[in-house]
Write a protein of this length. Structure first.
Length: 221
């Protein structure tokens, strides 16, 4: 299993985003949270900023859309160069059609579920996505504590993915630290979002490598 680390810039210095991206250049992706103040009670950045981040980032951009109308907006993030675009199952009117549109626009198509949303509705559709994101905190704010009760959902998602025989990534986002990443990896996740833990450290690059090693050991990679 290939382990990927995608630090969330939500915890970075927004006045210096280009230099902040340089501090995590050894990661696999830069995770960018787009929030509209409606789907979640927070407002962050939008399409013009993501377009510019794509231009200056040393890493591919992994966009997580926490917005109410992803069917309209998600393909546009692919069009400006995001490598991966994630939308929420709870917000999409036509998730399969949207995933196909994102892929046609040039990005990996991913679907996310909140902590209280069951994974079962994706059981027979999971091969339509390039990645599944299981949220382990309520989306909207960084710095929250990991919810252990989400681990069975991660394990179930891994089971569904394995049955397809396809290379579908399983991402986990929310409260990931060195204390939690091992059990999340053991449950089947291979792609990890960590914001406050990485950017709150004196040496983000070292913490990224630490997370990678811990996840690899726990998953047997």
């Amino acid at each position: 299993m290939v382990i990927r680390i995608s630090p969330s810039i939500l915890a970075s210095d927004f006045a210096n985003l280009e230099s902040e991206l340089g501090r995590i250049a050894n990661a696999d992706f830069a995770h960018v949270d787009v929030m509209d103040g409606h789907f979640v009670p927070n407002l962050t950045i939008g399409l013009p900023v993501v377009r510019r981040l794509v231009e200056v980032s040393p890493l591919p951009i992994d966009v997580h859309l926490m917005i109410t109308d992803p069917d309209r907006w998600a393909p546009r993030y692919a069009e400006v160069g995001a490598r991966s675009v994630t939308f929420h199952l709870e917000a999409a009117a036509a998730p399969v059609r949207l995933a196909r549109a994102i892929r046609e626009a040039g990005a990996r198509a991913a679907v996310a579920v909140k902590p209280a949303t069951p994974i079962e509705p994706l059981k027979h559709l999971i091969d339509e996505f390039d990645m599944v994101l299981v949220m382990t905190v309520e989306p909207g704010f960084g710095g929250q504590k990991f919810i252990p009760g989400c681990l069975p959902k991660v394990a179930k998602a891994r089971k569904y993915i394995t049955r397809t025989g396809k290379d579908i990534w399983l991402q986990v986002d929310g409260g990931i630290t060195s204390a939690d990443i091992g059990r999340v990896a053991a449950a089947g996740a291979d792609t990890f979002v960590a914001g406050s833990y990485v950017f709150g450290s004196a040496d983000p690059a070292a913490e990224i490598e630490k997370l990678r090693v811990l996840a690899s050991q726990a998953s047997g990679s």
